[in-house]
Unconditional design. Structure first.
Length: 364
């Protein structure tokens, strides 16, 4: 029977624990977190076997796997404290969004025999254990960053756990990982947050911008609702690669601004839109990546009494859980009047099939 410890137990740690528990009920799972109430809830749900008052030698020495699930820079400190407590053959890993700081520290501490960096590429705008699910990592990439080629067994052991989570393991150099996520995860978060702030600062007393902000604006700024303290640490811990890609992005925006002012005629907005659409359309919809997916579609119906309740009853009768449902007051990209979102892709696809049978006008 394998024993697994989680140090930090929010969205990611909780989802890993739930996914593993679902596939292997015999696992012994323990966790430490500052939020005692969430640990107690998890124990009531049958996920945790043991709540730790602190990650001490007595319990850590029993573990086959230890997951560091605190904020990224806290994980570096935990690495130093917990590594000496591990038994021979145990695997120590983290789930942070940046890898260079913790991997370089692990190299300094000569932990190549036990440590391997990990980054499950899935998440949510919500945080905390209560937002965790047993399917969060299904078909999501799980990047593994070994710090040495001398211990391939670490990657093999962690890959086996990835399989239980239905995740897709990918081996990557930790520096290459940080350059990649700077572009596809961290920069989009800066863009979303700065765009929201730009609109907030530009809005007038009547709050017209806030009122008409429609589906397109909400879609591209959705990640700005994520945890501010968590993302502050993530961005600062990946400052080098992130600043490089941010500088390139600023240059591209400056070039577009000059074109719109008539000073860069050689640029073509049409070419930009066509090339970006081509690349965007080539992205796989099957594998989930750094940004949390949006499982939603709109329904073009008349805004009348009973419209929402009717659709809710239809979907509930088929056992389909709805994450959110509401009226689209601004529909600048051809969205329907009603927007429905779901927790998972399977539920969304099932809902599409059901509502098509009722001849609703659906728009993804």
């Amino acid at each position: 029977m394998k024993t697994i410890a989680f140090i930090g137990f929010g969205l990611i740690g909780g989802s890993i624990a739930k996914g593993l528990r679902k596939k292997d009920p015999e696992l012994r799972i323990m966790a430490f977190s500052k939020n005692r109430s969430e640990l107690e809830l998890s124990q009531e749900e049958g996920i945790l076997n043991l709540i730790l008052d602190r990650p001490d030698a007595e319990h850590i020495a029993d573990c086959d796997f230890v997951f560091l699930c605190a904020p990224v820079r806290d994980n570096v400190l935990l690495l130093e404290k917990l590594a000496p407590l591990l038994k021979e053959g145990a695997v120590l890993t983290d789930v942070g969004s940046t890898k260079t700081e913790i991997c370089e520290r692990a190299i300094e501490l000569r932990l190549s025999h036990c440590f391997i960096g990990g980054h499950p590429m899935a998440g949510s705008e919500q945080s905390g254990y209560r937002a965790s699910t047993d399917y969060l990592f299904s078909n999501a990439y799980y990047i593994l960053c070994p710090i040495s080629e001398d211990h391939p067994e670490l990657g093999e052991k962690l890959s086996a756990l990835c399989s239980l989570l239905s995740a897709i393991p990918i081996i990557s150099d930790f520096r290459e990982h940080d350059r990649a996520v700077a572009a596809v995860s961290h920069l989009p978060h800066l863009i979303a947050s700065s765009l929201v702030d730009l609109v907030r600062e530009s809005d007038d007393e009547k709050k017209l911008m806030m009122r008409i902000a429609a589906g397109g604006f909400r879609d591209i700024t959705r990640i700005a609702s994520s945890s501010p303290p968590l993302w502050e640490q993530i961005c600062e811990s990946n400052a080098g690669p992130l600043s490089e890609v941010l500088d390139r992005y600023i240059l591209s925006l400056s070039a577009l601004s000059l074109h719109l002012k008539g000073e860069r005629r050689e640029l073509s907005l049409l070419s930009l839109f066509e090339s970006s659409r081509s690349y965007r359309d080539a992205l796989s919809s099957q594998n989930r990546g750094a940004l949390s997916p949006d499982y939603s579609f709109s329904v073009d119906i008349e805004d009348e009494v009973g419209a929402i309740s009717t659709i809710s009853v239809i979907l509930a009768s088929k056992g389909i859980s709805i994450k959110n449902i509401g009226i689209n007051n601004a529909r600048d990209h051809g969205e329907g009047a009603l927007r429905i979102s779901f927790y998972e892709e399977e539920a969304m696809e099932k809902a599409l099939t059901v509502l098509e049978r009722y001849r609703y006008d659906l728009r993804k």
